[in-house]
Design a protein around this ligand. Structure first.
Ligand SMILES: NC(=O)c1ccc[n+]([C@@H]2O[C@H](COP(=O)([O-])OP(=O)(O)OC[C@H]3O[C@@H](n4cnc5c(N)ncnc54)[C@H](O)[C@@H]3O)[C@@H](O)[C@H]2O)c1
Length: 141
């Protein structure tokens, strides 16, 4: 299924093909680029990078993708979220996504992430703009 169709399905709340809801024991993720992350992540196919993956929309996309069997790498600087989200994702999905704490504007870090993981698609949710705020403070036209 193409990434955009996946995203649309995830945002519509539809169940993706092969998606299973599993609730098992939480596990702690690595919070940095570690050898363990390398072993688990490198070489796996269909690895999706979710920027802002601990945020509101990103975390929902992570759940849908993981439950559909994708490997997920989350990149988030936690400026508007909490690392505890990774634990909750592990509880919902049965295992934690790979988690890299960092800024999406850090090009050296992005190079490292793309070297380390075989990323096949990126879903970019790392943003600061709040939709509610945009409605309340819309610029006059
Ligand atoms: N929530 C909505 O209804 C909605 C609707 C349409 C579009 N959007 C857009 O989607 C994006 C995500 O929305 P959300 O509601 O999930 O917001 P959110 O604040 O819950 O999530 C954004 C995530 O991105 C992270 N982040 C922010 N800047 C970062 C950076 N420079 N590097 C790494 N991580 C960074 C934050 O820590 C947070 O976890 C926003 O751009 C928003 O405008 C949201």
């Amino acid at each position: 299924m193409p990434a955009l169709a996946l995203l649309q399905a995830a945002m519509d709340g539809r169940k993706l093909p092969g998606s299973k809801r599993r609730f098992t024991v939480p596990c702690m993720p690595p919070n940095n680029l570690t050898a363990q992350a390398f072993d688990r992540g490198y070489g796996l196919k269909n690895t999706i990078l979710i920027t802002g993956g601990t945020g509101f929309i990103g975390s929902h996309a992570v759940v849908e993708l993981m439950q559909a069997g994708f490997n997920v790498v989350v990149l988030d600087n936690l400026c508007n979220s909490d690392v505890g989200v990774i634990e909750r994702l592990a509880t919902i999905c049965g295992h934690a996504p790979q988690f890299v704490q960092g800024d999406v504007r850090d090009s050296a870090l992005l190079d490292k992430v793309f070297d380390l993981y075989r990323i096949t698609a990126v879903m970019h949710f790392a943003g600061l703009k709040s939709v509610g705020e945009s409605w309340q403070q819309a610029a006059p036209v």
